[in-house]
Ligand binder design. Structure first.
Ligand SMILES: [Zn+2]
Length: 330
């Protein structure tokens, strides 16, 4: 259906109108990517490298890709402006995304979790879904899983499994990190999952990216849920210490901060300024209004397996055509 809709929009010149609208209103499209690889993962989808290549080709034809640090500047371009960002520091960025970005000479921002780069720790959200994925692929007959005095149904059907485990995911999001870590270790042990220590970029990998024009942002120390952290000391550690520590490791200033899971509040945004960042990145699926000169950057999440679905998001059609199916994690 979307294919037909897109063809119609294209043939009626809707794309041209939309492009003119974005230029006139000085709206910048800021995209947020995560993983680019050939894995099939229904729980935390990756973009197929061939789809990624086609998508960047599309972006190259229809947008002017600008440097992340030029985001607030009033640069004149003949095409609508677009900024590319990546979150989390996955290693697949090096072999599947970086060569394509180089091919089209596109700069980008990549947000790094200090603890992940330093200790090769996988982000806990990824570990959680990996464990669920391992279960869905196993011959395990467990029909339910008990956690925090609640039973969770383990259906072999992927959509049902995601639905069943969503409340547990939210619960973990709101659980203090030490307690969450113990739970995850137990969960992994029960389903015999070994966290993949090869999946995150190391400091050496990050240097390779920087040499090729990638700007590094902070994505906190541990990718903890900031909105559910009440201890200000802990928050200051995640915000300020990550800027200082990443900056020391990479030998460069860190001016951008990216909220884990996009979660933020007015108090947190204030703290990010106080911690010395110039820009903070949200995940609200909106276009960034350059005229406001705001340092709070709206971003659009791009995560589909099909090229067309991704083009829909890049063109921000999702703001006009609401999808009944929304991902609950980013
Ligand atoms: Zn993240």
């Amino acid at each position: 259906v979307r294919g037909i809709v897109f063809t119609i929009l294209k043939s009626f010149g809707a794309l041209k109108l939309l492009n003119r609208y974005k230029r006139k209103k000085n709206l910048t499209t800021v995209l947020c990517f995560h993983r680019v690889n050939y894995e099939i993962d229904p729980f935390f989808p990756s973009i197929n490298p061939d789809v990624f290549h086609e998508l960047l080709k599309y972006i190259n034809d229809h947008f002017a890709v600008i440097h992340p640090s030029d985001i607030g500047k009033n640069i004149k371009t003949s095409k609508p402006k677009l900024v590319i960002t990546f979150d989390d520091g996955y290693k697949d960025f090096i072999c599947h995304a970086l060569p394509v970005l180089e091919e089209f000479k596109m700069p980008c921002l990549h947000s790094i979790v200090y603890g992940c780069a330093d200790k090769n720790n996988q982000i806990w959200t990824q570990r959680f879904w990996n464990t669920i994925k391992a279960y869905s692929r196993s011959d395990n007959d467990i029909l339910s899983f008990s956690a925090y005095d609640k039973e969770y149904a383990l259906s072999k059907d992927v959509d049902q499994l995601i639905k069943a485990f969503h409340p547990l995911f939210v619960l973990l999001l709101n659980t203090p990190k030490q307690e969450r870590e113990l739970f995850l270790q137990d969960f992994e042990n029960k389903l015999q999952v070994i966290p993949d220590i090869e999946s995150m970029m190391t400091w050496d990998d990050i240097q390779v990216c920087m040499a090729k024009g990638v700007e590094v942002a902070s994505h906190t120390m541990t990718h903890d849920s900031l909105v559910s952290t009440t201890d200000r000391k802990e928050l200051w550690f995640e915000l300020n210490q990550s800027r200082i520590a990443i900056s020391e490791k990479i030998g460069n200033e860190v001016n951008h901060f990216v909220f884990p899971n996009g979660e933020n509040s007015s108090e947190l945004r204030k703290m990010v300024y106080e911690a010395g960042y110039k820009y903070m990145h949200l995940l609200d699926d909106q276009l960034y209004d350059t005229t406001t000169q705001s340092n709070e950057i709206s971003r659009i999440s791009v995560y589909h397996t099909s090229l067309l679905e991704n083009i829909f998001r890049v063109e921000s059609f999702h703001n006009f055509v609401k999808s009944p199916y929304r991902r609950f994690f980013k």
